[in-house]
Design a protein around this ligand. Structure first.
Ligand code: SAH
Length: 253
């Protein structure tokens, strides 16, 4: 039996948002590799060996998966959301590129998942209706200067900006700096969304203005969406969350 690696997106949390293909790939696996909270989302069953790790070095986890596959095992590597969005898929290919040449001959398949940005947008209306971009605010893998330069470029270009990894205990100030930069380019009443634990039981969605967002804090389970100049709210009845949308049409300059 030839081993293989399937890199699987588990979606944002709600099991109903797991794709049928992802679910079939999980059912076919012999080994399950991933960060503890993601592995915990996959039910235990006979014939499935779980390798949950709190190791933050994703490439180490990827190498482990490739070693197991090279020894003939059917390995599933799991990520929350989509595995190609700031997650394990790139780590696996990085390990393949730098590792044993035999690893490049393994069959490596990626099963997509619903990424946090899309799950959050769907709860709000259509905030990503126009052009948008996704950035990770984490400076673990890239210098902070690069993040600021990219952020400034997309603010100038008037994209809606989805910020993944906005904050962690080791990175407490980056989100404030990013929103401060946003305030240099966008008006204080620009909608800014803090979407926490979308589709999980502890989901919390806050729609703020850029001015108020600058005084607000977030956590690792939150993603932040900064509206473009055209992003706006449609108010509803008392107590109802407004709809947030960005029109697709842009007037000629
Ligand atoms: N691969 C994941 C992203 C991993 S980066 C995906 O496609 O969604 C981790 C960051 O994703 C978190 O810090 C948070 O910003 C965001 N995130 C992941 N799941 C989320 C959820 N259910 N609700 C809100 N944000 C989430």
């Amino acid at each position: 039996m030839t081993g293989c690696v399937t890199i699987i997106g588990l979606g944002p949390g709600d099991p109903r948002l797991l794709t049928q293909a992802a679910s079939e790939a999980l059912a076919a696996a012999q080994d399950l590799i991933g960060y503890i909270p993601y592995v915990a989302r996959v039910p235990e069953r006979a014939g499935l060996t779980r390798h949950a790790s709190d190791n933050r070095v994703e490439v180490d986890r990827a190498r482990h998966a490739l070693e197991l596959a090279a020894s003939g095992r059917r390995v599933a590597v799991v990520s929350g959301g989509d595995p190609g969005v700031f997650a394990m898929a790139a780590a696996v290919f990085e390990a393949v590129e730098a590792g044993d040449p035999a690893w490049a001959r393994l069959t490596i398949t990626v099963e997509p998942g619903i990424t946090a940005m899309l799950a959050a947008a769907a709860k709000l209306g259509a905030p990503l209706g126009g052009d948008f971009c996704a950035m990770s605010l984490s400076d673990n893998l890239k210098p902070w200067d690069v993040i600021l330069a990219r952020l400034e470029a997309v603010l100038r270009a008037d994209f809606v900006i989805s910020l993944y990894n906005p904050i962690s205990s080791a990175r407490p100030w980056q989100l404030g700096k990013a929103l401060g930069l946003a305030a240099e380019f966008r008006s204080g009443d620009t909608p800014v969304i803090f979407a926490r634990a979308v589709s999980r039981p502890d989901e919390a969605i806050r729609i703020l203005t850029l001015d108020r967002a600058r005084e607000t804090t977030a956590d690792m389970a939150t993603m932040v969406i900064i509206g473009a100049s055209a992003t706006r709210l449609i108010t509803r009845g008392p107590g109802d969350q407004p709809y947030v949308y960005t029109p697709r049409s842009v007037s000629p300059a």
